[in-house]
Design a protein around this ligand. Structure first.
Ligand SMILES: CC(=O)[C@@H](O)[C@H](O)COP(=O)(O)O
Ligand SMILES: NCC(=O)COP(=O)(O)O
Length: 251
C-alpha cells in the first residue's frame, strides 16, 4: 500500500514568523500520525529557516513516528543524521536564496563525495534516499553511489498541471507524468525504492499515486495549507483517502 510522508516544515515556518514556540512541529507530527500519516518528513536546512536542531531532537525523542530527515549533502548534516538516527535520510540540494527546493540533486557531478556520505549514513543503519529529477543519468548515478531510495521530483509535473489550468489530460501534463513514470520504472529496475514528492496537492496527487510501484509520497506545503482550515488530522486523512482511491485497482 502506498505510504504518505507528511512534511511538517511549514508548521515551523508559521512558528518562525514570530520566532516563538507555537505551533510546535512535535505536536504536528502526532496530529499527522493520528490522521493516518505513515511517516514524518522534516527538512533541516542549513539556514534553519523553519525546522531547527531542537525540533528534530524532540521529534526523535518524543514521538515514535517514522522519520525521514531531508538534508543537504554536507559533513555537518551527515553528522547530525548519524547522531539522530532517523529511519531515512534524504540528500537534497539547497540554495540560500531559493523559496523552496528548485531541482533535484546533481549526483552525476559529485559521485565520489556523495558515495562516501551515503556509506556513512548506511553504516549508521539509516535508509539512504536522494531527491533527484526524472533524469536517467541521475538515476543510474544514484544506484552507483548506493542509494536505497530515489524520490523523484514531481515539481515539473505539478507546475505543468497548474499551468494547464488543472487539466490532467493536457499534453504538457501527460508529458511530465510520463517522465515521472519512466523514472520510477528505471529506479525499480535498478533495485531501488521509487518515492515521489514536491508540490503535490489535493488536485494533482492522484495520477502520481496510481503510478506502478510508487512506494511513498512526501507531501507538505499543501497539507499544512489545508490544515489551516480543517486541522492537520483531517487534512492528512483527506490526502490518504485520495491516495488510497487512486491506488485501488480499477473496478
Ligand atoms: C525536497 C522537497 O521538495 C521538500 O521536501 C523540501 O523540504 C522543500 O523545502 P521547504 O520545505 O523549505 O519548502
Ligand atoms: N520531498 C517533498 C516533500 O517532503 C514535501 O514537498 P512539498 O509538498 O512541501 O512541496
Amino acid at each position: 500500500m502506498i505510504e504518505l510522508g507528511v512534511n511538517i516544515d511549514h508548521v515551523a515556518t508559521l512558528r518562525q514568523a514570530r520566532r516563538t514556540w507555537e505551533p510546535d512541529p512535535v505536536w504536528a507530527a502526532v496530529e499527522a500520525h493520528l490522521g493516518g500519516a505513515d511517516g514524518i518528513t522534516v527538512h533541516l536546512r542549513e539556514d534553519r529557516r523553519h525546522v531547527n536542531d531542537d525540533d528534530v531532537r524532540r521529534l526523535r525523542e518524543l514521538t515514535q513516528v517514522k522519520l525521514n530527515l531531508e538534508m543537504a549533502a554536507t559533513d555537518e548534516m551527515v553528522g547530525i543524521a548519524c547522531r539522530l538516527e532517523p529511519e531515512m535520510a534524504m540528500l537534497v540540494p539547497e540554495g540560500r536564496h531559493e523559496v523552496t527546493t528548485e531541482g533535484g540533486l546533481d549526483i552525476v557531478g559529485q559521485e565520489a563525495r556523495l558515495k562516501e556520505m551515503i556509506a556513512r549514513l548506511a553504516d549508521a543503519g539509516i535508509v539512504t534516499s536522494v531527491f533527484i529529477d526524472a533524469e536517467h543519468p541521475q538515476i543510474e548515478a544514484a544506484a552507483r553511489i548506493g542509494a536505497r531510495v530515489c524520490e523523484i521530483h514531481t515539481g515539473p509535473y505539478a507546475h505543468a498541471f497548474h499551468g494547464s489550468g488543472r487539466d490532467a489530460e493536457a499534453p504538457a501534463v501527460l508529458a511530465e507524468l510520463a517522465k515521472v513514470k519512466a523514472a520510477g520504472e528505471a529506479v525499480r529496475r535498478l533495485g531501488m525504492r521509487f518515492n515521489a514528492g514536491h508540490a503535490l496537492n489535493y488536485y494533482n496527487v492522484q495520477p502520481i499515486a496510481r503510478l506502478a510501484g510508487v512506494r511513498e509520497l512526501h507531501i507538505g506545503h499543501a497539507i499544512v495549507s489545508r490544515a489551516v482550515f480543517v486541522g492537520l488530522r483531517e487534512a492528512v486523512a483527506e490526502m490518504k483517502r485520495l491516495m488510497r482511491e487512486a491506488a485501488a485497482p480499477s473496478a
